[in-house]
Write a protein that binds this ligand. Structure first.
Ligand code: PLP
Length: 400
């Protein structure tokens, strides 16, 4: 019989009851070091006292009023995001897919309002992940995810990740925007070359199309800067954020330049929950932590420490780990084709370390941004043991 909880996931047989910082405890009392962070989402750690207090206090006052009224918490959060980004205006949603869906609408609307309704195509990249709604599925373009769900939403085109010639060839009179993750997350923790991002910016300007960034996974400090595109020194026209922005509370956002945002007038887009007082109280508390003086420098420092640790791991276990990639605290172990990332993920969990598999046989390491160097060292120690478990031929060698 089908489980009451719809079986859309392959869940590990682990259930957690409590967390603190980078640590989680199961209902039966086992302790895990969480270097998956709920898929790069619990940015300020489990049970962060400042976030917990902000949510509890706001919940007791008023959780939800709808966007029929002003929401001071949302006005504050939007103003802070504007102050700390390229954006002039912010729309709040509840998830990454929803933020991307709104962003796709925004680039189409921009072109239509500028006299080019025929420019509705968003150019995306192979290996992308933008979400599971119908439009974001089409933007993702993964045949496996699209199968069985009818004709994909029109207006998306895919080119190889990082290929400027292919990108320029794909631009034509129907192009509205280019949409890219500065680091492909689900696709395999693949960073875009910084020069490629600069060239994209230049190409968008040249052809009068918009640069849209999906920073759902890479944003909010995960890369060691507040936004990953800042490493390239460029600014997008519009960007999505989610995952880490609520620290575990569902929240997403579209950040946009005025020239894009000004067309999203009343009636063009909306959400019942989006940016409600509770979600924005969470978002403001997360920002308090991430914008505190020295915090992002600390993320960068511990990230470099973790990077060196993972490099050492790769050197000690060349039959398991072929290389390390990513940036900041969004890192990936590129595994030997003989070692399935799912097996490695299970081996790490058996040693007490939570990680997340990604595409291209990569094991994703994305801890909360608040980890210490000692916790990074502990993760390396546990990964060493997991690598021993996964070394091809190890069982046979042990049996002899
Ligand atoms: C997770 C993710 C999404 C989808 O976010 P949801 O909150 O699951 O809808 C979109 N884009 C990127 C880059 C992501 O990592």
């Amino acid at each position: 019989m089908i489980p009451a909880l719809m079986p859309t996931y392959n869940r590990a047989d682990l259930a957690f009851e409590r967390g603190e910082g980078a640590w989680l405890w199961t209902v039966d009392g086992r302790r895990f070091l969480d270097f998956g962070a709920g898929i790069a989402t619990t940015s300020v750690g489990h049970g962060n006292p400042h976030l917990v207090q902000a949510i509890a206090e706001q919940a007791a006052k008023v959780m939800h009023t709808s966007n029929l009224y002003r929401i001071p918490q949302a006005e504050t959060l939007a103003a802070r995001l504007v102050e700390t980004s390229f954006a002039d205006s912010v729309f709040f949603a509840n998830s990454g897919a929803e933020a991307n869906e709104g962003m796709i609408k925004a680039v189409r609307k921009y072109q239509a309002e500028n006299g080019h309704p025929e420019r509705f195509v968003t150019i995306c990249f192979e290996g992308a992940f933008h979400g599971r709604t119908l439009a974001t599925l089409a933007a993702t373009g993964n045949e496996k995810y699209l199968a069985g769900f009818g004709p994909p939403v029109q207006g998306f085109r895919h080119v190889p990740f990082g290929n400027m010639n292919a990108l320029r060839d794909a631009i034509d009179g129907t192009t509205a925007a280019v949409l890219i993750e500065p680091i492909q997350g689900e696709g395999g923790v693949r960073p875009a070359n910084l020069q490629f991002l600069r060239d994209l910016r230049a190409a968008c300007d040249e052809f009068g199309i918009l640069l849209a960034l999906d920073e759902v996974q890479t944003g909010m400090g995960r890369s060691g800067k507040l936004w990953a595109h800042q490493w390239a020194g460029i600014e997008p026209d519009v960007m999505s954020s989610a995952k880490g922005i609520g620290g575990g509370f569902p929240l997403g956002a579209i950040l946009a330049k005025e020239k894009v945002a000004k067309y999203l007038k009343p009636g063009t887009h909306g959400s019942t929950y989006g940016g409600n007082p509770l979600a924005c109280a969470a978002g403001n508390a997360v920002l308090d932590v991430i914008l505190a003086p020295g915090f992002l420098d600390g993320v960068d420092r511990v990230a470099r420490h973790l990077w060196r640790g993972l490099q050492g791991l790769a050197q000690r276990h060349p039959k398991v780990v072929e290389g390390v990639q990513g940036a900041g605290l969004l890192l990936g172990l590129r595994l030997n084709p003989e070692v399935a990332n799912g097996d490695m993920q299970n081996a790490a969990a058996a040693e007490g370390l939570l990680t997340v598999a990604a595409g291209m046989n990569v094991l994703r390491v994305a801890p909360p941004l608040v980890i210490t160097e000692a916790e990074a060292d502990e993760a390396i120690r546990l990964l060493d043991r997991a690598c021993l478990r996964c070394t091809p031929g190890a069982e046979k060698a042990a049996a002899q």
